[in-house]
Design a protein around this ligand. Structure first.
Ligand code: GRG
Length: 287
């Protein structure tokens, strides 16, 4: 993980060079958001799946960096006053607090563009068909049926939210990018249709479990470890899994999902061990 962190940072620093003038302010803000911080959970997944299917680390790293650009964009925009209005992220001032709102909007936009730029570059895969497929899959993961759609469901819940609504919202806003991180890793190498389907089911359970853990941490976590202000869901009346099911049932559901992850990985035997560890981390994490 330390190697992966360092390699992602090197790649992103090269992709976001320090320049002078107003563009320099933009690049500085982009770096602030994406270099050096975060758990790198999604790139870890891409690299682990790529290893499982025999794809080169360098390619998985590029896909992982692209995913982190989208992830950083979603966090920047999520923190804006028009959305969650947060002051702290990863233990530091949020981007619009450190710079200003206009810079935060533009840095997010530029990071989203950079993600597609990285994927479409020949260094990501020698086959243009694979690169095009990666671009399309990422577009779908972030768009109306993915992150943006999920965020909208979160901001504008129905008057009476149902369990199905909450789980669909969480699957879209968080699960979509986790699914992409897994699927993209598989697309870089060779695997059977059955293995790919199994990896996707693994990803879907993992994505939801990861968000339920996030909801649990918002309710019971330690702000210093998590690196942001907590109890937000309750304060803002958000329909999270904890608000919908209560702490115990939300925990039980996350454990059930981790079980589904393990079931899907059993076909890979020993080679799926890293993915097992990642799934355990997703539901036990304290940050
Ligand atoms: C991407 C086009 C586009 C729109 C974004 C703002 C928005 C629309 C979506 C918000 C989605 C969001 C913030 C979901 C929460 C996901 C989540 C659990 C974030 C925390 O992820 P971690 O724990 O964070 O991996 P670190 O800091 O470790 O990287």
């Amino acid at each position: 993980l330390d190697c992966l962190r360092a390699d992602i940072d090197t790649l992103l620093k090269a992709a976001i060079p320090a320049v002078s003038g107003a563009p320099g302010r933009l690049n500085e803000a982009m770096r602030y958001a994406v270099v050096g911080g975060g758990k790198r959970f999604r790139p870890m997944l891409t690299v682990a799946v790529a290893e499982l299917v025999g794809a080169p680390y360098a390619q998985a790293l590029r896909v992982g960096a692209a995913v982190e650009c989208v992830h950083a964009q979603s966090l920047i925009h999520d923190d804006l006053p028009c959305m969650d209005d947060d002051d702290v992220r990863r233990g530091l001032p949020t981007l619009h607090r450190r710079y200003d709102e206009a810079t935060a909007v533009l840095a997010g936009d530029a990071l989203l563009a950079l993600a597609f730029d990285i994927l479409a570059d020949e260094a990501t895969h020698e086959d243009g068909g694979v690169r095009a497929a990666l671009v399309v899959k990422l577009a779908r993961a972030v768009g109306q049926d993915g992150l943006a759609g999920g965020q909208m469901m979160d901001l504008y819940p129905p008057a009476v939210a149902t369990p199905a609504h909450v789980l669909e919202c969480e699957t879209r806003k968080t699960g979509s990018l986790i699914r992409f991180a897994v699927e993209a890793g598989a697309m870089l190498g060779q695997c059977s249709v059955e293995d790919r389907a199994s990896l996707l089911r693994f990803a879907d359970s993992l994505g939801l479990a990861f968000q339920i853990r996030d909801d649990l941490l918002d309710c019971t976590g330690d702000a210093q470890s998590v690196g942001k202000k907590l109890r937000k869901d309750e304060r803002m009346g958000r329909k999270s899994s904890v608000a919908m099911f209560g702490l115990d049932r939300a925990k039980a559901h996350a454990s059930r999902l981790a079980g589904h992850c393990r079931d899907e990985l059993s076909r890979f035997g020993h080679t799926g061990r890293t993915l097992h560890d990642i799934a355990d981390f997703a539901i036990l994490r304290a940050c």
